[in-house]
Design a protein around this ligand. Sequence first.
Ligand code: FMN
Length: 296
Amino acid sequence: MDLSVDLGVRLRNPTILASGILGVSLETLKRVYESGAGAVVSKSVGLEPNPGYENPTVVEVDCGYLNAIGLANPGVDSFSEELAKVDIPLFVSLYSRSAEGFRELVRRLEGFKVLGFELNLSCPHVKGVGLEVGSDPDAVYEIVRECKRETGKPIFVKLSPTVGVVEVAESCKRAGADAVVLANTFRGMAIDVESMKPILSNGFGGLSGPAIRPMVLALVYEVYEKVEIPIIASGGVVKWEDMVEYILAGARAVEIGTGIAYRGLGIFKELLSGLEEYMRRKGFERVEELVGLAHE
Ligand SMILES: Cc1cc2nc3c(=O)[nH]c(=O)nc-3n(C[C@H](O)[C@H](O)[C@H](O)COP(=O)(O)O)c2cc1C
Protein backbone atom coordinates (compact mmCIF):
# COMPACT_ATOMS: atom_id res chain seq x y z
CA MET A 1 0.00 0.00 0.00
CA ASP A 2 1.41 3.39 -1.01
CA LEU A 3 0.76 6.17 1.51
CA SER A 4 3.30 8.60 0.00
CA VAL A 5 2.18 12.01 -1.27
CA ASP A 6 3.71 14.60 -3.57
CA LEU A 7 4.02 18.16 -2.25
CA GLY A 8 6.86 19.40 -4.41
CA VAL A 9 8.82 16.66 -2.62
CA ARG A 10 7.52 13.21 -1.81
CA LEU A 11 6.59 12.53 1.83
CA ARG A 12 6.36 8.96 3.12
CA ASN A 13 2.78 9.55 4.27
CA PRO A 14 0.19 12.38 4.47
CA THR A 15 0.61 13.31 8.16
CA ILE A 16 2.64 16.39 9.11
CA LEU A 17 3.33 17.92 12.52
CA ALA A 18 1.73 21.41 12.56
CA SER A 19 3.81 24.47 13.36
CA GLY A 20 4.15 25.64 16.95
CA ILE A 21 2.90 22.54 18.66
CA LEU A 22 6.23 21.12 19.74
CA GLY A 23 8.57 24.03 19.29
CA VAL A 24 11.91 24.32 17.57
CA SER A 25 14.07 21.75 19.37
CA LEU A 26 15.38 19.31 16.82
CA GLU A 27 15.39 16.51 19.34
CA THR A 28 11.64 16.88 19.92
CA LEU A 29 10.89 17.23 16.22
CA LYS A 30 12.89 14.06 15.60
CA ARG A 31 10.78 12.18 18.14
CA VAL A 32 7.68 13.22 16.19
CA TYR A 33 9.16 11.91 12.96
CA GLU A 34 10.09 8.66 14.66
CA SER A 35 6.49 8.42 15.88
CA GLY A 36 5.39 8.13 12.27
CA ALA A 37 4.83 11.66 10.87
CA GLY A 38 5.56 12.06 7.15
CA ALA A 39 7.27 15.39 7.90
CA VAL A 40 7.44 18.01 10.62
CA VAL A 41 7.06 21.80 10.65
CA SER A 42 9.01 23.89 13.16
CA LYS A 43 7.51 26.63 15.27
CA SER A 44 7.47 29.90 13.29
CA VAL A 45 10.82 31.69 13.46
CA GLY A 46 11.55 35.32 12.66
CA LEU A 47 14.67 37.40 12.05
CA GLU A 48 14.98 38.46 15.70
CA PRO A 49 14.43 36.53 18.96
CA ASN A 50 10.95 37.15 20.35
CA PRO A 51 9.90 36.46 23.96
CA GLY A 52 6.20 36.35 22.98
CA TYR A 53 3.37 37.11 25.39
CA GLU A 54 3.23 36.58 29.13
CA ASN A 55 1.34 33.63 30.60
CA PRO A 56 -1.35 32.48 30.34
CA THR A 57 -0.82 31.85 26.65
CA VAL A 58 -2.92 28.70 26.20
CA VAL A 59 -6.34 27.76 27.57
CA GLU A 60 -8.46 24.69 26.90
CA VAL A 61 -12.02 25.40 25.77
CA ASP A 62 -14.86 23.15 24.57
CA CYS A 63 -13.63 21.20 21.55
CA GLY A 64 -10.23 22.85 21.30
CA TYR A 65 -7.62 25.27 22.58
CA LEU A 66 -7.19 29.01 22.47
CA ASN A 67 -3.60 30.14 22.20
CA ALA A 68 -1.80 33.45 22.05
CA ILE A 69 1.86 32.62 22.29
CA GLY A 70 2.77 35.77 20.38
CA LEU A 71 5.17 34.04 17.99
CA ALA A 72 7.70 33.40 20.76
CA ASN A 73 10.88 32.02 19.19
CA PRO A 74 14.68 32.13 19.55
CA GLY A 75 15.27 33.96 16.24
CA VAL A 76 16.73 32.60 13.03
CA ASP A 77 20.41 32.70 14.04
CA SER A 78 19.96 30.68 17.18
CA PHE A 79 17.62 28.27 15.35
CA SER A 80 20.27 27.76 12.65
CA GLU A 81 22.53 26.16 15.24
CA GLU A 82 19.87 23.46 15.72
CA LEU A 83 19.51 23.09 11.97
CA ALA A 84 23.13 22.12 11.51
CA LYS A 85 22.13 18.69 12.88
CA VAL A 86 18.97 18.17 10.84
CA ASP A 87 18.42 14.68 9.40
CA ILE A 88 14.63 14.45 9.15
CA PRO A 89 12.12 15.91 6.63
CA LEU A 90 11.72 19.32 8.23
CA PHE A 91 9.88 22.37 6.95
CA VAL A 92 10.80 25.60 8.69
CA SER A 93 7.90 27.91 9.40
CA LEU A 94 8.77 31.58 8.90
CA TYR A 95 7.14 34.88 9.80
CA SER A 96 8.02 38.46 8.99
CA ARG A 97 6.43 41.83 8.42
CA SER A 98 7.65 42.19 4.84
CA ALA A 99 8.53 40.37 1.63
CA GLU A 100 12.19 41.39 2.14
CA GLY A 101 12.10 39.93 5.65
CA PHE A 102 10.74 36.61 4.37
CA ARG A 103 13.30 36.53 1.59
CA GLU A 104 16.13 37.21 4.06
CA LEU A 105 14.93 34.35 6.29
CA VAL A 106 14.89 31.95 3.35
CA ARG A 107 18.33 33.16 2.26
CA ARG A 108 19.80 32.44 5.70
CA LEU A 109 18.26 28.96 5.95
CA GLU A 110 18.46 27.79 2.36
CA GLY A 111 21.92 26.23 2.81
CA PHE A 112 20.77 23.88 5.60
CA LYS A 113 19.36 20.42 4.96
CA VAL A 114 15.77 21.54 5.45
CA LEU A 115 13.19 20.10 3.09
CA GLY A 116 11.35 23.38 2.51
CA PHE A 117 9.59 26.35 4.05
CA GLU A 118 6.12 27.19 5.31
CA LEU A 119 5.27 30.89 5.28
CA ASN A 120 3.05 31.85 8.19
CA LEU A 121 0.85 34.57 6.71
CA SER A 122 -1.93 34.01 9.12
CA CYS A 123 -1.21 34.49 12.83
CA PRO A 124 -4.55 35.77 14.20
CA HIS A 125 -3.23 37.51 17.31
CA VAL A 126 0.00 39.36 16.49
CA LYS A 127 -0.27 42.85 15.04
CA GLY A 128 1.62 43.71 11.86
CA VAL A 129 2.30 40.13 10.82
CA GLY A 130 -0.08 37.43 9.78
CA LEU A 131 -3.56 38.59 9.10
CA GLU A 132 -2.64 42.07 7.90
CA VAL A 133 -0.13 40.68 5.42
CA GLY A 134 -1.96 37.45 4.59
CA SER A 135 -5.27 39.00 3.61
CA ASP A 136 -3.88 41.07 0.74
CA PRO A 137 -3.55 38.91 -2.42
CA ASP A 138 -0.97 41.29 -3.94
CA ALA A 139 1.19 41.30 -0.79
CA VAL A 140 0.99 37.51 -0.64
CA TYR A 141 2.03 37.26 -4.31
CA GLU A 142 5.04 39.48 -3.64
CA ILE A 143 6.14 37.51 -0.56
CA VAL A 144 5.90 34.13 -2.27
CA ARG A 145 7.67 35.37 -5.40
CA GLU A 146 10.53 36.87 -3.38
CA CYS A 147 10.99 33.61 -1.47
CA LYS A 148 10.84 31.54 -4.65
CA ARG A 149 13.68 33.66 -6.08
CA GLU A 150 15.83 32.61 -3.15
CA THR A 151 15.24 28.86 -3.17
CA GLY A 152 14.33 25.89 -5.32
CA LYS A 153 12.92 24.10 -2.28
CA PRO A 154 9.17 23.72 -1.84
CA ILE A 155 7.28 26.63 -0.31
CA PHE A 156 3.99 26.15 1.49
CA VAL A 157 1.84 29.15 2.36
CA LYS A 158 -0.30 28.99 5.46
CA LEU A 159 -3.44 31.06 5.09
CA SER A 160 -5.87 32.54 7.52
CA PRO A 161 -9.35 30.98 7.43
CA THR A 162 -10.99 34.40 7.64
CA VAL A 163 -9.58 36.07 4.54
CA GLY A 164 -10.83 35.44 1.00
CA VAL A 165 -8.95 32.14 0.75
CA VAL A 166 -9.80 31.49 -2.89
CA GLU A 167 -8.32 34.79 -4.03
CA VAL A 168 -5.25 34.45 -1.83
CA ALA A 169 -4.71 30.82 -2.89
CA GLU A 170 -4.89 32.01 -6.51
CA SER A 171 -2.09 34.51 -5.78
CA CYS A 172 -0.02 31.76 -4.17
CA LYS A 173 -0.42 29.62 -7.28
CA ARG A 174 0.54 32.47 -9.64
CA ALA A 175 3.62 33.20 -7.54
CA GLY A 176 4.73 29.55 -7.72
CA ALA A 177 3.87 28.24 -4.23
CA ASP A 178 4.01 24.45 -3.96
CA ALA A 179 1.01 24.15 -1.64
CA VAL A 180 -1.36 26.16 0.51
CA VAL A 181 -2.01 25.19 4.12
CA LEU A 182 -5.66 25.65 5.10
CA ALA A 183 -5.75 27.02 7.64
CA ASN A 184 -4.39 28.75 10.71
CA THR A 185 -6.48 29.23 13.85
CA PHE A 186 -9.67 31.32 14.11
CA ARG A 187 -9.59 34.40 16.36
CA GLY A 188 -11.32 33.72 19.67
CA MET A 189 -11.53 34.61 23.36
CA ALA A 190 -12.34 33.14 26.77
CA ILE A 191 -13.36 35.14 29.85
CA ASP A 192 -12.96 34.02 33.46
CA VAL A 193 -16.33 34.76 35.06
CA GLU A 194 -14.82 35.03 38.56
CA SER A 195 -12.12 37.58 37.76
CA MET A 196 -14.38 38.97 35.01
CA LYS A 197 -11.41 39.37 32.68
CA PRO A 198 -10.14 37.64 29.52
CA ILE A 199 -8.07 34.59 30.46
CA LEU A 200 -5.26 34.93 27.93
CA SER A 201 -2.78 37.69 28.74
CA ASN A 202 -3.27 38.97 25.20
CA GLY A 203 -7.07 38.86 25.47
CA PHE A 204 -7.59 37.41 21.99
CA GLY A 205 -6.17 34.10 20.88
CA GLY A 206 -6.40 31.57 18.06
CA LEU A 207 -8.93 28.74 18.28
CA SER A 208 -7.73 25.28 17.19
CA GLY A 209 -9.03 21.73 17.51
CA PRO A 210 -12.20 19.85 16.53
CA ALA A 211 -14.27 23.05 16.92
CA ILE A 212 -12.84 24.43 13.67
CA ARG A 213 -12.72 21.26 11.57
CA PRO A 214 -16.05 21.56 9.70
CA MET A 215 -15.26 25.18 8.81
CA VAL A 216 -11.78 24.34 7.55
CA LEU A 217 -13.19 21.35 5.65
CA ALA A 218 -15.49 23.72 3.74
CA LEU A 219 -12.49 25.90 2.84
CA VAL A 220 -10.51 22.91 1.59
CA TYR A 221 -13.47 21.75 -0.50
CA GLU A 222 -13.95 25.20 -2.01
CA VAL A 223 -10.29 25.89 -2.80
CA TYR A 224 -9.97 22.41 -4.37
CA GLU A 225 -12.80 23.28 -6.78
CA LYS A 226 -11.54 26.73 -7.70
CA VAL A 227 -7.73 26.77 -7.60
CA GLU A 228 -5.33 24.20 -9.00
CA ILE A 229 -2.79 24.01 -6.19
CA PRO A 230 -1.95 21.22 -3.73
CA ILE A 231 -3.72 21.67 -0.39
CA ILE A 232 -2.55 20.71 3.09
CA ALA A 233 -5.39 20.74 5.64
CA SER A 234 -4.84 21.96 9.21
CA GLY A 235 -7.60 22.05 11.79
CA GLY A 236 -8.90 19.58 14.29
CA VAL A 237 -7.57 16.25 13.03
CA VAL A 238 -7.90 13.82 15.94
CA LYS A 239 -9.27 10.60 14.38
CA TRP A 240 -8.39 8.86 11.10
CA GLU A 241 -11.86 9.70 9.78
CA ASP A 242 -11.02 13.42 10.17
CA MET A 243 -7.96 12.96 7.96
CA VAL A 244 -9.88 10.95 5.37
CA GLU A 245 -12.60 13.62 5.24
CA TYR A 246 -9.98 16.25 4.43
CA ILE A 247 -8.38 14.04 1.76
CA LEU A 248 -11.74 13.33 0.13
CA ALA A 249 -12.42 17.10 0.14
CA GLY A 250 -9.16 17.68 -1.74
CA ALA A 251 -6.23 17.80 0.71
CA ARG A 252 -3.08 15.85 -0.17
CA ALA A 253 -1.87 15.89 3.42
CA VAL A 254 -2.99 17.00 6.87
CA GLU A 255 -1.17 18.78 9.66
CA ILE A 256 -1.71 17.63 13.23
CA GLY A 257 -1.57 20.09 16.13
CA THR A 258 -4.14 19.97 18.92
CA GLY A 259 -4.68 16.26 18.21
CA ILE A 260 -1.30 15.64 19.87
CA ALA A 261 -2.54 17.26 23.09
CA TYR A 262 -5.52 14.87 23.01
CA ARG A 263 -3.85 11.64 21.91
CA GLY A 264 -0.10 12.01 22.44
CA LEU A 265 2.50 11.18 19.81
CA GLY A 266 0.81 7.82 19.20
CA ILE A 267 -1.72 9.77 17.09
CA PHE A 268 0.41 9.42 13.94
CA LYS A 269 0.40 5.61 14.03
CA GLU A 270 -3.33 5.61 14.90
CA LEU A 271 -4.16 7.85 11.93
CA LEU A 272 -2.04 5.83 9.52
CA SER A 273 -3.33 2.42 10.54
CA GLY A 274 -6.92 3.74 10.33
CA LEU A 275 -6.17 5.10 6.85
CA GLU A 276 -4.60 1.82 5.67
CA GLU A 277 -7.50 -0.22 6.96
CA TYR A 278 -9.94 2.13 5.20
CA MET A 279 -8.03 1.92 1.92
CA ARG A 280 -7.95 -1.87 2.13
CA ARG A 281 -11.69 -1.97 2.80
CA LYS A 282 -12.44 0.39 -0.10
CA GLY A 283 -9.96 -1.23 -2.48
CA PHE A 284 -7.43 1.60 -2.94
CA GLU A 285 -3.71 0.99 -3.43
CA ARG A 286 -2.41 4.60 -3.38
CA VAL A 287 -3.59 7.31 -1.00
CA GLU A 288 -3.32 9.91 -3.77
CA GLU A 289 -6.21 8.17 -5.55
CA LEU A 290 -8.48 9.38 -2.73
CA VAL A 291 -7.69 13.07 -3.08
CA GLY A 292 -10.81 15.06 -3.99
CA LEU A 293 -13.10 12.05 -4.43
CA ALA A 294 -15.93 13.81 -2.58
CA HIS A 295 -16.30 16.05 -5.67
CA GLU A 296 -17.05 13.34 -8.21
C1 FMN B 1 -0.01 26.28 21.06
C2 FMN B 1 -0.07 26.54 19.59
C3 FMN B 1 0.97 27.24 18.95
C4 FMN B 1 0.92 27.48 17.57
N1 FMN B 1 1.96 28.15 16.97
C5 FMN B 1 1.95 28.33 15.62
C6 FMN B 1 3.06 28.94 14.96
O1 FMN B 1 4.09 29.30 15.56
N2 FMN B 1 2.97 29.11 13.61
C7 FMN B 1 1.89 28.70 12.87
O2 FMN B 1 1.88 28.86 11.65
N3 FMN B 1 0.83 28.10 13.47
C8 FMN B 1 0.85 27.91 14.82
N4 FMN B 1 -0.22 27.29 15.42
C9 FMN B 1 -1.36 26.80 14.60
C10 FMN B 1 -1.22 25.31 14.28
O3 FMN B 1 -0.06 25.04 13.52
C11 FMN B 1 -2.46 24.77 13.52
O4 FMN B 1 -2.52 25.37 12.24
C12 FMN B 1 -3.76 25.04 14.25
O5 FMN B 1 -3.59 24.77 15.63
C13 FMN B 1 -4.94 24.21 13.71
O6 FMN B 1 -4.68 22.84 13.74
P1 FMN B 1 -5.11 21.86 14.97
O7 FMN B 1 -6.57 22.03 15.16
O8 FMN B 1 -4.69 20.51 14.50
O9 FMN B 1 -4.32 22.33 16.17
C14 FMN B 1 -0.19 27.04 16.80
C15 FMN B 1 -1.24 26.34 17.45
C16 FMN B 1 -1.19 26.09 18.82
C17 FMN B 1 -2.34 25.33 19.46
